[in-house]
Design a protein around this ligand. Sequence first.
Ligand code: NAP
Length: 293
Amino acid sequence: MRNSFYANTELIALIGHPIKQSYSPFIQNVAFELVKLDHIYLAFDVPSDNLKYAVSSVTALGLKGLNVTLPHKEKIIRLLDDLSEEASIIGAVNTVVNDHGKLFGYNTDVNGILESLLPFKDEITGSKVSVIGAGGSARAVIYTLIRHFKPEELFIINRTHQRADTLMNYFSLKMRYDGFHTMELFPPNIAGTLESSKLIVNTTTIGMAPNLDDSITDLEESFNEEQIVFDLIYNPAKTNLLKLAEKCGARVIGGMKMLVSQAAKSFELWTGKKMPIEQISKSLELYIDEKEK
Ligand code: NAP
């Protein structure tokens, strides 16, 4: 990895709290190196009280842009000059571009979700889908499904039922979509809904390392060979949920493709260049294998 930087090296920062587990610095710095850009990407742990100072430093120090992660994705909006349509509807920003002192917010998770699901577009369009979870990433998933796949019915299933209802009411109005239903996350009760869904998307943290044994359901009757099951979690690459769905014959998608695709879109917004996705994915797999040893 490169270790010389110069007076005109461009800086892009990741801000969040905590940020220690992020793979984004690895992805972006390898990409800068491969594309031969004199750029550096650094992660900064920014607690909420310091968010406004971190954002004003982007223009004060002339950073090229930011990635934004939890817990700042929503709160940063009021500190920006303008938003993409997607970021504005979703209500969350994960990428900021500094365009001559004006800060523009984007949500590139949409691109990551879209790239992961596009191979199944014909099957998903017009069908019944289930989204588990009602947090930040569920908002991006729901937006992408309605905008690009127009499902006939969309179930939001969440531990806190009221949060699912809040999302349903918000997106019904904002996107004029009337196919919503909501349910409480309770495994025996959701099995029938999952089983009759063409697509199931897990947007919760259930099954994420280090809690590898957890799963939103361990009932085989939740899955069948007609289905597509997408888990946003990328660590582990294949969660218990995906292992069970695969055993039942479903086609499964892990979160790694979304992770790299959302990073690629951010890279493009900052630099105007394409990220070499295949090479980055291979390097990332090796990097994670090394880290896990
Ligand atoms: P978030 O806003 O904190 O939402 C977490 C969701 O998980 C909420 O719906 C919460 O339910 C639910 N949940 C958490 N613990 C639970 C438990 N023990 N039992 C039942 N439900 C539980 O998180 P997020 O930002 O949406 O991220 C969610 C996951 O997506 C993370 O694993 C993250 O790594 C992954 N992700 C991946 C990518 C990618 O590029 N692949 C991008 C973004 C996020 P309540 O509402 O009841 O609290």
